[in-house]
Design a binder for this molecule. Structure first.
Ligand code: NAP
Length: 756
């Protein structure tokens, strides 16, 4: 048993809920209440919360090894004085008061002999209801408890209280008492004050009845907390007076700025305030849950309709922990016109270059996937006003090459390696310092291959043993240089060229093999001169970028699923409009054509420096091939779905020279081989590739291992399977192709998504 005899002084919502939770989990032999009224004791016994009770607090605590004080903060001193004569010399005392400074002062006076065993605490959980009848055994589950031990507190006592809260399902944090009171004043006391004040101000208007009758949902959401107990809040505003006043003053400053912007019709100021607030909220939800932006947005929406932010913040379920399964029936076909989402690489760069340009850049077809959103939020955090995204439309109010502002906190990149690596180059040339971090998987990825060459240009960058967080110290003048890349990487090349925009003189990069050249093409599209000479690209610092209109081409990597799908399906004909056909990305088309696919490029044109075309693809009889080595790097992301094409082709398809596939989001060779084998496809795995034998295959359950491209590839396989396919672990499809299942189903595939 964790405790023998527990005394709860103040058996209301907070005290009663701890009694109920300890009861439910068998954490105490006897629970006693110290209450102000007999009625509360009777109700406590009737509800099964306590064994006995007394209105004499000294009596209630006699023989207790734990005392929990849960009376209003203004009554804490009085309750402590009353109970002190009954305390034993070993008792551990804790409390649940919402203000810590004043409660600690009271304990130093009234509980002096016991002060080393007093552990001040505050559960960040509650309801609008109060009193013993509101007690709830689950109140603290998945909520946070802040402990604020003082210098005199015995660490063993703190540990015991930590264990108690953890045992009732809470997460425990520790903090300095003053810090607690300041932070709570800003995040809890101020919002309550505003809610009470707004309702009261409107209620005093003559037409208040009408106002409330027609009040919209926003009013209800904003003022929900004005239903909280006035007595308790009266205490809090009195007992945490100084911190509350400071936060009201701070708010008043912000309100005045907002007022001025409205008065002057200052669109820029209005949009700046609101987009920054928007992004700050997504940022803090993402940081607090260590999760992705999409998941944070879902938490955000959830908290708008239900419960409170406290619930949202304490909910650590991330987008990637969600169970998402694809269920596919065999057969189906693909027909019609299918617009796949915008190119990820180009979406990232449209935000980056649009932010650094002079003027307003309008983007259409922006990919609203997690990775590109991470880039968008990072620029909002640096003061750039970005409207949208809404239906793929984004307007970026460029601030010019030197207009970015220091972010107020760490920039969070989610799972996006592209954002982090490209921003390292761009931020290396800024006057301000910045820190970049990301989710658990991104913080394991190597960053030195970018940091090192940037240091040679004069940047002051540190990494955590080669991985994020990355600190960019800022303020170091950069010097142009020539860099011979040891390994072909579009991200390294782009980071150096972006740093080159801020460097003195010329910066040039030579690549050992062709890599994606979106940065070079798009810089040119934004009016910045890039000199290209064979494998070398060169920029000169000190120029400027001009805003432009950009229709992001559809992503050929996403189109790839449907190029294969329509090739292998019976009676299929698809038109995929406005797909990017940058020659560094079209390996998939060349390989499929070698296999006999019926693919034609129509209406070829240029969009913001990038070549695009409408692609028509029809059912075809595919044959196995040995994939030419020079096409391997140009189709590296498309191999999972090419293996499905191979499984439907006549004869063997053989791939070598693709060892990089083993270190992508998953080991794509092994994971695909496992899934293909489950379906009954014969394959042989090599260190650097695979041999797939085409023919008939069945269905079964396959694992996507959180890899979006694996999940979508096996979904495409259903078009030729003889039995249903169930694909587990598909949540990450949102990173690159959030609308995949919807589009596939609209075009004729039998796909159903199950999730929770
Ligand atoms: P509550 O439901 O109103 O319960 C307060 C309890 O204290 C009642 O049992 C009441 O006795 C007793 N009490 C009231 N005035 C007293 C006095 N002058 N002397 C002795 N006992 C007195 O309030 P609560 O929400 O549980 O709040 C308790 C503490 O938790 C407060 O310090 C509050 O700041 C803190 N807290 C509250 C929340 C929340 O959201 N509610 C969240 C975190 C922390 P009777 O039953 O006889 O009236």
């Amino acid at each position: 048993m964790m405790f023998n005899r527990v005394a709860i002084i103040g058996l209301g919502l907070i005290g009663g809920s701890l009694a109920a939770a300890m009861r439910a989990r068998g954490l105490a032999t006897t629970i006693v209440a110290g209450a102000r009224s007999e009625r509360t004791i009777e109700r406590g016994q009737l509800l099964g919360l306590i064994d006995e009770g007394s209105t004499d607090f000294a009596e209630a605590v006699r023989g207790a090894d734990l005392v929990f004080l849960a009376v209003p903060v203004s009554s804490m001193a009085d309750a402590m004085e009353k109970m002190a004569p009954g305390l034993t010399n070993t008792v551990i005392i804790t409390d649940g008061g919402s203000v810590k400074g004043k409660v600690i002062e009271a304990a130093q006076q009234a509980l002096a002999p016991h002060i080393s065993r007093f552990v001040p605490g505050h559960p960040i959980a509650g309801k609008e209801k109060s009193g013993v009848d509101a007690a709830d055994a689950t109140l603290y589950e998945n909520h946070r408890i802040i402990l604020t031990p003082i210098a005199a507190t015995d660490p063993q006592a703190t540990e015991k209280i930590r264990a108690l809260w953890q045992a009732v399902g809470a997460e425990v944090l520790t903090m300095e008492p003053q810090e607690h009171d300041r932070i709570l004043a800003e995040t809890s006391h101020l919002p309550h004050l505003l809610a009470f004040s707004l309702v009261n101000t409107l209620a005093r208007q003559d037409d208040s009845l009408d106002i409330f009758r027609y009040a919209a949902g926003g009013f209800r959401d904003f003022t929900r907390i004005a239903s909280s107990d006035p007595l308790m809040w009266h205490d809090i505003f009195k007992e945490n007076r100084d911190s509350v006043l400071r936060s009201v003053d701070l708010f008043q400053q912000g309100l005045n700025e907002f007022r001025k912007a409205v008065e002057q019709g200052d669109s820029d100021a209005l949009l700046t305030i609101m987009t920054q607030a928007n992004s700050a909220r997504a940022h803090f939800l993402a940081l607090s849950a260590r999760t992705s932006y999409t998941a944070a947005q879902q938490l955000n929406d959830h908290s708008n309709t239900k419960a409170s932010d406290k619930t949202a913040m304490s909910n650590t379920a991330s987008g990637h922990d969600r169970r998402v399964e694809f269920h596919l029936q065999p057969g189906g076909s693909l027909n019609g016109t299918l617009r796949v989402p915008g190119d990820k690489s180009i979406s990232h760069r449209s935000i980056m270059l649009g932010a650094l340009a002079e003027g307003t850049t309008e983007v259409e077809g922006f990919l609203e996937g997690e990775d590109a959103l991470a880039t968008l939020h990072a620029f909002r955090d640096m003061g750039v006003v970005i409207e949208g995204p809404s239906g793929g439309r984004v307007r970026i109010h460029g601030v010019g090459l030197h207009g970015l502002k220091a972010p107020s906190s760490t920039l969070y990149m989610g799972n996006s390696g592209t954002t982090m690596r490209l921003l390292m180059g761009l931020l290396a040339g800024q006057r301000f310092a910045s820190e970049l971090t990301g989710d658990a998987s991104l913080t394991r990825r190597p960053m030195e291959r970018v940091a090192k060459p940037l240091r040679s240009m004069g940047a002051n960058i540190s990494t955590n043993n080669g991985t994020p967080p990355v600190q960019i110290h800022g303020g170091s003048p950069l010097k142009g240089m020539h860099y011979d890349m040891p390994v072909a990487s579009a991200q390294v090349k782009s980071a150096i060229l972006l740093a080159g925009l801020y460097a003195e003189g010329e910066t040039s990069v030579t690549e050992p093999a062709p890599t994606r050249d979106h940065t070079e093409r798009m810089l040119a599209g934004f009016g910045y001169e890039v000199i290209r000479d064979g494998a070398t690209s060169k920029v000169r610092g000190g120029g400027k970028l001009s805003a432009c209109q950009l229709e992001v081409p559809a992503d050929i990597s996403s189109a790839a699923f449907f190029l294969v799908g329509a090739s292998i399906a019976k009676n299929a004909e698809l038109l995929l409009p406005h797909v990017g056909i940058n020659p560094t990305r079209t390996g998939i088309i060349d390989i499929l054509k070698l296999m006999g696919a019926d693919i034609t490029l129509e209406n070829q044109r240029d969009a913001g420096g990038e070549p695009v075309a409408d692609i028509r693809v029809k059912s075809a009889k595919l044959k196995g091939i040995t994939i030419p080595a020079e096409l391997v790097p140009l189709a590296i992301d498309e191999f999972p779905v090419l293996f499905i094409a191979a499984a439907c082709a006549e004869g063997d398809t053989i791939l070598h020279g693709a060892e990089e596939l083993r270190v992508k989001e998953s080991d794509r060779i092994q994971v695909m081989a496992d899934g293909l084998t489950t379906l009954g496809v014969e394959c042989e795995v090599y260190d650097d590739g695979i041999r797939v034998r085409g023919g008939q295959y069945g269905g079964g359950e396959v694992q996507a291992h959180s890899d979006h491209r694996i999940a979508m590839s096996f979904a495409i396989a259903s078009l030729r399977a003889n039995a249903p396919i169930l694909i587990h672990d598909c949540a990450n499809v949102t990173t690159s192709f959030p609308s995949f299942a919807e589009l596939a189903s609209a075009a004729g595939m039998n796909i159903r998504v199950e999730q929770d």
